[in-house]
Design a binder for this molecule. Structure first.
Ligand SMILES: [Zn+2]
Ligand SMILES: [Zn+2]
Length: 274
């Protein structure tokens, strides 16, 4: 039986470099699939903001999502958000850019290394185990810096490099060696009232699990975490809502009684009910 009040809180429109469909069409798909809320979170990787003139895309995204919100009023709650990548790489610019509009929701992500290489682009089979350990330690420490900075509402897809390392390259890797750092990330998020994202895109990719996986979702709850947001990270209309049902089951299994969406940057809990 389906859950009541399904929400997909991580969706990209064609105003993201890798998105393929308009906000209006994605809303139509969400309604068709029985969803009650959708959050559009187009990419804003801050280290590329000036180089790629992301400001123009940001403005276009905000206005197109606003238009979709009006068009779907009463049928679908449309939340206007942004996926801020690498916020800590340029904190003043990040703070200025997210204040440009009255956003509902800011996702905090880490996609790249300091020298600007996306984790998706690395040739993992050319790394020694020591180098992989170094890389993932650096990733974990960047997440901690991001949590300390804290100018976002939910921390996105923790374990993102594993999507490529374990998913695409099929290299088994035990990320638990960084549990102590991830615990500090979680404690910081909890102290600051931030949410953890359950990103369901890994379920439809080779990784075959959510990002992060169950043990982390459970650990966040054990440490006192209350807020989880669930998003498909869809880049195509067909993927809107994908894995949300499994995400809700996972949250419930890990002891959460509600999931959360953000409106005007305020957490709004929604009970998990069938
Ligand atoms: Zn992302
Ligand atoms: Zn995304």
């Amino acid at each position: 039986m389906a859950f009541k009040r399904m929400m997909d809180l991580h969706v990209h429109t064609d105003n993201s470099f890798d998105g393929h469909h308009s906000a209006m069409f994605l809303c139509e798909q969400a309604v068709h699939k029985g969803f009650r809320a959708i959050a559009f979170t187009d990419h804003m990787d801050i280290d590329l903001y000036e180089q790629q003139n992301l400001e123009a895309r940001q403005i276009q995204s905000f206005f197109e999502v606003s238009k979709a919100r009006s068009a779907f009023q009463g049928k679908l709650l449309v939340l206007n958000g942004i996926e801020l990548g690498q916020g800590t790489f340029d904190m003043p610019l990040s703070e200025k850019s997210i204040q440009k509009f009255d956003y509902d929701f800011v996702i905090g992500s880490m996609h790249e290394l300091r020298d600007s290489t996306d984790y998706s682009q690395l040739k993992y089979d050319e790394y020694t185990m020591d180098e992989l350990n170094e890389l993932l330690e650096q990733y974990s420490k960047e997440l901690y810096q991001l949590a300390l900075w804290g100018h976002f509402d939910t921390m996105a897809h923790i374990t993102y490099p594993l999507r490529y390392l374990c998913g695409a390259y099929k290299i088994p890797y035990d990320f638990s060696r960084f549990d102590d750092i991830i615990d500090e990330v979680f404690k910081t998020l909890i102290y600051k009232g931030k949410a953890l994202e359950i990103n369901t895109s890994g379920l439809r990719q080779n990784l075959n699990e959510t990002m992060p996986g169950e043990r982390y979702v459970r650990r966040f709850r054990e440490l006192g975490g209350e807020f989880v947001t669930i998003g498909s990270d869809a880049h195509f209309a067909a993927d809107v809502g994908a894995g949300i049902q499994q995400g809700l089951e996972l949250a419930q299994r890990c002891g959460y009684r509600y999931t959360t969406f953000f409106q005007k940057r305020e957490p709004m809990p929604v009970p998990i009910e069938k």
